[in-house]
Design a protein around this ligand. Sequence first.
Ligand code: SIN
Length: 274
Amino acid sequence: MLATRGTISVKRLSPHVGGEISGVDLTKPVSDEQIAEIKAALIEHGVIFFRDQPMDLETQVKFGRRFGDLHIHSGMKGLDDKYPEVRPIHADADSKHVAGEDWHTDLSCDPIPPMGSILHIYELPPLGGDTCWASMYAAYDALSPRMRAHLEGMTATHDGRIAFGRFNPAGTYPISVHPVVAKHPDTGRKLLYVNRGFTSHINDVSPEESAALLNYLYAHLEKPHFHVRFVWQKHSVAFWDNRCTQHLAVWDYFPQVRNGYRVQIEGTEPPIPA
Ligand code: SIN
């Protein structure tokens, strides 16, 4: 399904999440009008994709800044002193882990997690290396009314050690408490806000009940019904709204090489209780 939004077109890629944008060249300065159209498409689709955008780092950083300040990662080092806000995404035959190999919301351990991320993949394995995104609106909507009522008002702890402690167990990482059901600041829609990558436990119940609830919720939100799976090409770009989606980088291409650069846009407020 193709919809025109001002100067850009958006092809819906699944019923709940994901749209592919055409009609914009990210390697050149993008007009304010197109930035507004891209932002509206992001809010509507949760994640948007662009093809054939061989941007250099400076262009990617400048594009990211059009949507807000860029986030400096609380758990991992940036590229270098010139680009501390750029995170290289890299896998090869020596990799023991890759970024995002479990379902997660980026940095939900932060008091104010990033609003979104922009990832440019410039080198790909011959096959594989797709990324999946899940709509947390759709996951919430598909819960039974009784389960929704049970979860509303609960909070969960999100602990950076779960994601980053294995790289440096001696490091210190943020820990934050967020609502289990949150409300998107722009759309006002309710969404499920727990993730395997960072959530350690639900605060309002016993450890046993928390583990049972989280296991149920992860099995629920990881159902393909709420997902889009993106098959990258060289110089594809993905831009996701981190406030209402989770994602998973599929590492099915070991020992092949995959390379990209990611920037994250600062959030403006903590997740809002529904
Ligand atoms: C991530 O940001 O979690 C990595 C996604 C990817 O490499 O596709």
